[in-house]
Design a protein around this ligand. Structure first.
Ligand code: NAD
Length: 305
């Protein structure tokens, strides 16, 4: 089919590609002509242990279907080694899918430093290290596409997942800034909050729900975002799963604006509390600059009654 979105000649690095969503991405890009780096540490979903098997199985599957793939078994914390595998095997990197992840679910009361630190290392440091190692290549060739992986747990909170929630919302800020820094070099970065049946979710969702949440149904959005035909979509947040895709954005209430002088007190703020909470005239903030504009308005106000 001539109108297929193809990735011939491009190199796509997929982290955590030994199972779940990463495997679905790797198989797809392998079938669409890309050189694929299948990275996976091969440990448990709690981040224990390591094995080369998870990545090897996916590489074999891609090759048997006629595609090109190599394995990398490093932890994403060692991003230089992950990206180096792409450069050594294929001489370039075009797309980075930061997907690897683990869970250490526990209520905040019982959370240990080890639970917190490991989640930060894999999700936050891992995404940073891989992107940091890919960045000079992207800049030099004036082309790069990055997908980072957030979660509804990060966007909205989720009982027993405060470490994971913090790490996942970090992906949003990370992506929004990379998008701003990358645009000049045609490096486009977006973040997805997927939902899919995988070993991560199989114990927390009923079988009939898992049935409609194939990892394959997350792939089309990722493919569209990282394809060369996407020239403008960057810095965006998407929810995706089970055939549903939607974009999210920050919404600011119209808010209260008080004269910032000695009449600005907790009591004067309380008198305006309904305005702070009023979303009937929403604003869609996109950066610190538009907030500074509001402060200019406050200079014109009279002192608070
Ligand atoms: P999964 O456990 O099937 O896949 C994650 C993969 O990452 C595993 O193969 C694992 O071995 C690998 N991995 C873990 N730590 C690694 C490390 N340090 N270095 C390299 N590889 C490592 O889970 P999944 O559901 O496919 O999750 C993929 C991503 O999507 C994760 O970032 C997850 O947090 C996110 N996510 C998934 C869902 C969902 O509904 N499945 C929801 C929200 C977010």
């Amino acid at each position: 089919m001539s109108d297929q979105l193809r990735f011939d000649g491009q190199t796509v690095v997929v982290t955590g590609a030994g199972g779940g969503l990463g495997k679905a991405y790797a198989l797809f890009f392998g079938a669409r002509g890309a050189n694929v780096v299948v990275n996976d540490l091969g440990g448990s979903f709690k981040g224990e242990g390591a094995s080369s098997k998870a990545a090897d199985v996916v590489v074999d599957e891609i090759k048997q279907a006629g595609g090109k793939a190599v394995a990398n078994y490093d932890s994403v914390e060692n991003g230089e080694a992950v990206i180096d595998t792409a450069i050594k095997a294929f001489g370039r990197i075009d797309v980075l899918l930061n997907n690897a992840g683990i869970l250490r679910d526990v209520s905040f009361k019982n959370m240990t430093d080890a639970d917190w630190d490991l989640i930060m290392k894999v999700h936050v440091t891992g995404a940073y290290k891989c992107a940091r190692a890919a960045w000079p290549h992207f800049r030099k060739q004036k082309y790069g596409r990055v997908i980072n992986t957030a979660s509804a747990a990060g966007l909205f909170g989720s009982f027993g997942q405060c470490n994971y929630s913090a790490a996942k919302l970090a992906q949003v800020g990370f992506t929004e800034t990379l998008a701003k820094e990358g645009i000049k070099y045609n490096i486009l970065c977006n973040v997805i909050a997927p939902i899919a049946a995988s070993r991560m979710t199989e114990t927390v969702m009923p079988p009939d729900v898992l049935e409609v949440l194939k990892p394959d149904w997350v792939v089309p959005l990722v493919a569209v975002l990282v394809h060369p035909s996407n020239k403008t979509e960057t810095g965006s947040i998407f929810e995706v799963g089970g055939g549903h895709m939607a974009k999210l954005r920050w919404e600011r209430s119209n808010g209260a604006l008080l004269k910032a002088d000695s009449t600005f007190t907790p009591e004067s703020l309380l008198a305006k509390w309904d305005d702070v909470n009023d979303f009937s005239k929403p604003q869609y903030a996109s950066g610190p600059a538009d907030f500074m504009g509001l402060l200019e308005e406050s200079k014109k106000l009279d002192s608070n009654p």
